[in-house]
Design a protein around this ligand. Structure first.
Ligand code: GAP
Length: 503
């Protein structure tokens, strides 16, 4: 299925500033996409902030002074290898170009080695076949001036939300708890001047990240609740491995350290149980030292096997050591050292980093299916844009008024409900299937007689009849995962026949 076409047609997302020639890598969300994004973020908050009572959310500014990125290393190291065509001037990411030709992964390879591969394999410009100049590097941060005249300061749009947590560590440590571990979460925008944005929400220039920075004592590498996950089997692809395998969390704790392995187990739980990603589409991939970001001591990516793109990184668990706080202490001269148990030290950081937009694309891709006669997005029930849609069977005989009244009552009970009366009932069902709405309620002539409505399940297309006074309770149970047949009287006709009749 063409996810990007469906996303535009149904109100999920589309290229930004649509009425002008677009800038690649910038996307706007419509009403449907905004609602799914909000639900994803709410699920992320509920799960990851729930891991510890001292994990808090903060909201730092996205424009930050130059010193932040001198300290973090972004100004020096946050570069991608680029190569320019000497004939047409087209610029490409050198590693992507070589990967495309040699069908092998080369991310992280130094520019000189990429250049050698280009010469050895006589690789030319992807656009005009012209000769390529020497591979260079391009910094991906977005600079800007904050203020005017003599007061103007060199600043940057942050390329990762993480820095907002590091520059706030000292202040938050003092006001919040004065004990470790302390978690600082940020759900916010990040900006990168990507050389080759692509695949819509997968590689953008402005995107949302959900990151949790956990500051901990490097001498306390255990986790108080590790025993709860010790026997969990984690899907992993060790560095250099070819096939993913199941490894007991205890084994990973021995090889890495328990505090790290505990968070691996929790991340897997989030993906498999909360987002309901099929197990065979999920894995952690260990990055070799050459592949890791410059600040990481341990780095396992979270990867999903996407129907449209194959295995894609959607997040990572990064052990950043004391890199960030030590560098901010050095550059700012503010003390990042804390004293605990009679020892003074700079806390270490474990970072759980997820890209919200890339995860939304992945969820959409994994959940979208084409079936006989319909396209359907099988979002987990809690991630759909609406809890339910309500339709009058026909646009007359008092049915629209009745449907609106029911909608209002459901909204007062806390449900998000979409009203539609713009076509045949079959069409309205199809439209709802395409945005992933889990339940459709139909008001028909029988409703006026016996105060019952039909409730339809997106996934099975089965329908049951439910008394109005039980509707809110039944809908709550349905959204909590109870099967439709347990909630009301099944309709006599087979679902597929009935919908064909209704078209
Ligand atoms: N703070 C660590 C960090 O930013 P990263 O691997 O560069 O690590 C984390 O980014 C996640 O952010 C990625 O796994 C991905 O989901 C998302 N992400 C990174 N660059 C992105 C881009 N250009 N467009 C969309 N999402 C991106």
């Amino acid at each position: 299925m063409d996810i990007i076409e469906l996303a535009k047609r149904r109100g999920f997302f589309w290229p930004s500033s649509l009425v002008y020639p677009p800038i690649a890598g910038l996307y706007d969300y419509g009403h449907i996409g905004t609602m799914v994004k909000r639900k994803w973020e709410a699920a992320w908050r509920a799960f990851f902030l729930g891991l510890d009572e001292y994990y808090y959310e903060i909201s730092p500014a996205v424009i930050m002074p130059e010193q932040v990125f001198q300290a973090s290393g972004h100004l020096e190291h946050f570069v991608d290898p680029v190569v320019r065509c000497t004939k047409c001037g087209h610029t490409e990411r050198a590693d992507h170009l070589v990967e495309g030709v040699l069908k092998e992964g080369f991310e992280g390879l130094p520019p000189a080695e990429l250049d050698a591969l280009i010469r050895q394999h006589k690789i030319t410009c992807g656009k005009c076949k012209g000769a390529l100049a020497e591979v260079g590097v391009l910094n991906m941060t977005f600079p800007l001036k904050a203020g005017t005249g003599a007061e103007a300061r060199q600043a940057y749009l942050t390329p990762e939300t993480a820095q907002g947590a590091y520059v706030n560590f000292r202040q938050m440590f003092d006001v919040a708890r004065k004990r470790l571990p302390l978690g600082l979460a940020v759900v916010g925008k990040a900006f990168r001047n990507e050389i080759a944005p692509r695949n819509a929400l997968v590689r953008m220039r402005e995107f949302t990240q959900a990151e949790l920075q956990i500051f901990f004592d490097p001498e306390k590498q255990d986790h108080p609740r590790f025993a709860e996950v010790a026997k969990h089997k984690l899907r992993i692809l060790p560095a250099g491995g070819k096939e993913a395998q199941d490894a007991p969390c205890q084994e990973l704790a021995n090889r890495l350290f328990p505090f790290y392995a505990y968070h691996l187990a929790k991340i897997q739980e989030f993906f498999l149980e909360v987002l309901q990603i099929p197990r065979e589409r999920f894995r952690f991939r260990e990055l070799s030292p050459e592949e890791r970001a410059f600040y990481n001591r341990l780095h396992w990516d979270i990867e999903l096997d996407l129907p449209s793109l194959g295995w894609k990184e959607v997040g990572g668990l990064h052990y950043r050591g004391d890199h960030d706080l030590a560098r901010h202490q050095e550059v700012s001269k503010e003390k990042m050292t804390i004293t605990e148990d009679g020892r003074s030290f700079i806390p270490h950081v474990l970072e759980i980093s997820l890209g919200v937009d890339r995860n939304l694309y992945a969820l959409l891709d994994v959940c979208a299916q084409e079936e006989a006669g319909r396209a359907v997005i099988r979002f987990p029930r809690g991630f759909a844009p609406f809890d339910a849609a309500i339709f009058p069977l026909v646009n007359k005989d008092g049915l629209p008024d009745q449907a609106r009244e029911i909608k209002q009552r459901l909204q007062q009970a806390g449900f998000s409900v979409f009203y539609d009366a713009s076509g045949s009932i079959g069409r309205m069902y199809r439209r709802m299937d395409e945005i992933g709405g889990p339940a459709c309620i139909t008001v028909d002539h029988q409703t006026l007689q016996d105060r019952t409505v039909t409730l339809r399940d997106r996934d099975t297309m089965g329908q049951v009849r439910i008394p109005l006074q039980e509707l809110a309770k039944a809908l709550r149970s349905f959204l909590d995962g109870v099967a439709l047949e347990k909630l009301g009287t099944p309709l006599a006709k087979s679902p597929s026949r009935r919908e064909a009749d209704d078209e």
